[in-house]
Ligand binder design. Sequence first.
Ligand code: G3P
Ligand code: CA
Length: 252
Amino acid sequence: MSLAPLVVAHRGASGMRPEHTLVAYEQALREGADGVECDVRLTRDGRVVCVHDRRIDRTSSGSGIVSTLTYEAMAGHDYGTVDDPAEVLLFSDLLDLVLQWKAKPARIFVETKHPVRYGGLIENAVLAELHRFGIGRPPSASMSRAVVMSFAPTAVWRVRRAAPMLPTVLLGNASRYIGGGAATTVGATAIGPSIRTLRDRPALVDRAAAAGRATYCWTVNTAEDAHLCQDLGVRWIATDHPGQVLAWLDES
Ligand code: G3P
Ligand code: CA
């Protein structure tokens, strides 16, 4: 039996609390998550906010495209639920929360969205925030506290070039990781297949390991999938239910 994978809370403990909100991340940390995942976008005035979709409509009381809204305009809406109201979350506030959390040090898995259209702006903004918190450039005791991820090979390549010591994950399907695939070309630290991809192509994990790459798998919400990842030797699994997945892994 392989070592248990490290458990990353996908958009916070988003199965229980509104995604990408401070309460969702606090709950994930309280449940003992080894890491937290967040998606980031730039507002019109250059603030890095934790929002998954291009628009804020699904996750807030407002409407509009993140990149066309100012932070102030976004802050005027509610990002929680009737029972759980919440403010739009700045990436810097998430960093602050995670780095101040002393009970168990957790990692931040930050996924840059819209990387192609904005030609590197989001990666630069994320790196600037990480650097401000002492992550990702020497001398830095906490350089491994963040991992940068993207579905866009160009985004991973930019991060590798600007901050070679930061771990990276190239997200995507199997074709990315086979032979001279994009993960090799851009030098990603890890591959990032979905659980569906891994169910179909479990050999990807061993192949990646043979090339010196770890595996990060998303989104793992059942005991069966969590145990499959453990058996395959997946290093990190992202889940909407971190406490539950930790308990399942603990039982095995
Ligand atoms: O953790 C990677 C995973 O979050 C990628 O998919 O759509 O949830 O950002 P998505
Ligand atoms: Ca994501």
